[in-house]
Each structure stands twice: as C-alpha cells, then as structure tokens.
Write a protein that binds this ligand. Sequence first.
Ligand SMILES: [Zn+2]
Length: 356
Amino acid sequence: MVLIKKQLVNSTRSGYPGINGRKFITIHETANTSPGADAQTHANLQSNGFTASWHWQVDDKEAIQSFEHTARLWHAGDGRGDGNMNSIGIEICVNRDGDFKKAVENAAELVKKIMKDEGIPQTNVVQHHRWSSKNCPTNLRNGSKGIDWADFNRMISSARGDTSEGQPKQPVTTPSAPKPRWTKVTGKWSGQTLGKGEYGEPVRQLQTKLSNNNPQFYPNKQATNNGIDSYYGDDTEDAVRRFQSYYGLSVDGLAGKQVYNKLNSNKTPTNSGTSLPNTVYRAIRPYPSGSGVRAVQEALASVYYYPDKDAKNNGVDGVYGPKTADAVRRFQLTHGLAADEIYGPATKKALENVMN
Ligand SMILES: [Zn+2]
C-alpha cells in the first residue's frame, strides 16, 4: 500500500460551504514539472494558503491528504457543479525528478482505498476534463509517458485490496483503527529525544534550530519552507544525521540531549537577541514602519516566512505593507492562529516560541 499521511490544512477559506457528496473521484496532474515539486511540496503549498485546493496529492513515494473528504474544494473548475461539490480531488505529481509511473501506481492504490472507504464505484473515477474540458490529467490523457487512462483503470482494478478472482485472497474487513504512522508530540523541545514518525511543535523547533545553525542543516532545501513542516520524516532524520556527523556526535538520527545542547551552543546571536515589539501592526495606509516592524520581519524571515523572497534582503525593509501582512498570514495559518494578517500579542508569542 502506498504510504499515506495527513497534513490537514488549518483554514476554512479554500472551498465552498456545505458537505461534499463524495459521489466521484476526480483525477488531476499538477502540471508542475520542476524538480522537487512532489506531494510534500504541494501539501505545503496548501498548508500555506494556496488559493486552489484539492483533497490529496500523490507522488512516487507517498500520498498526502490536505482536506477531509467532506470538504467542498476548488479543483474542478465547474463552479458549483458535481466536480467541486461532490467529488474528491487527487493531484498526481509530474515533477521531472520523480517516477511518474510509480506515482500513477500509488494514485491507483489510493483511489482503490477511497472507493472502498466512501463507497464510490470505479465508473465514477473521472478525469478533471469531464468537469471543465481542461486537458487534465494531461499525460494520462495522451499516454505520452507510456501509460494512459485505460492503464490507470486497469491498475485501479488490480490494486491491492481487490477481492476479485485471480487475486491473492485478502481479508474483506478493513481494520477499523489503523495504527497511525505519525505520533503527535507537544510542548517545547528541551532536549527530550525526538525521532522518526513523530510530529508536532517540538519537531518544528528542532527543524528550525537545525536550519538556523551555522552551517545550516535544512531538512529539505528544495521544499517549501526548507522542509520545516513539524514532521520528523526521512529528511529530518537525514538532517540530524548530517548534524551529528559534522559535530562528531554519535550518528543515530535521533535528536536528544546531545543534539539539543550542541544546537543551543551554536545559536546565532542575531535570532536570540531579537526582541519583538508589544504593539499591533496592520497593513493599512499609512503603513506602520520603523525598527519594530523590522524586528517582526527579521523574526519571520528567520523562520523562513519571508516578506518577499525575491526582493532585496528578502523584503525586510521596515515597512508593514501587504507583503509583510501576507508573511504574517502564512505564519498564522501554519501555527493555529486566526489568519488575520495582523501582528499582535498572539502572533508575537507564537513567533517567540518558534524562535527560542
Ligand atoms: Zn486538473
């Protein structure tokens, strides 16, 4: 079975009100061929408040769920038609450093599972094209990668869990409470051992410290936010191993007291010395400006929520304009805050927690 993971979007902005009727499964391709544009990158895009929205993204390694199936999202381009209102959207990644055939196989397994979970017949597994005539999923429609829509349907028919003739016998009942792959950890990271399979705020703090270290040990420099996503997966384990190896610690991929102490002794003074203002900033003209705003921008940038990554100094300019407000919104979205784009006490506290 394809590796399945949940990274639910903490926002109600990306869809229609009401409950999805779950009558169809709609297949898309991301059309993003950039290296690294994998499922994790697209999940992060959704977590950061991307305007379009879909339930799942799947690549050659894993399937990541961004929304519950009950959500009505914006993926089909048919307004309030069956595509958006009554179908579950799956994006198959087409990043050129990925294995497209494997991604399609994983998608077929995922589709099979959703068909079973939601009682959807295979005849209702449809192309995005059905709803809005968009040429999507492009590669499966034209077979240009050696695998087409008919192949995909055959893969679904024979995907694991199928009980038809000729297949190895599978248990018919699905376990009611599958063991979760991710174990949630909470609180502040103060050196308690963290390891693969855990997710939560302490993991995010570890990832941030690794990325702030000099030299830097990003979980995944190709990914959104350099891979700082609160999940202790392969990338974070690898970053910890590289860190341990660099500093001559025993290399076990676990972040415990030794790693914690080493990370703290290497703390860069620019981040620890920042003191954030006790005030409220809104992006309303005339825009607030000055050293307080600059401190907020530097804090955001230090945890990779840049005001403007393409601008000089990552957009740290001492002015609380729309781009800084957007960085605040992205930060708020991923830290369980109301995404109101306003810097105030709650955002200050969350920023301090992440930086310390
Ligand atoms: Zn599509």
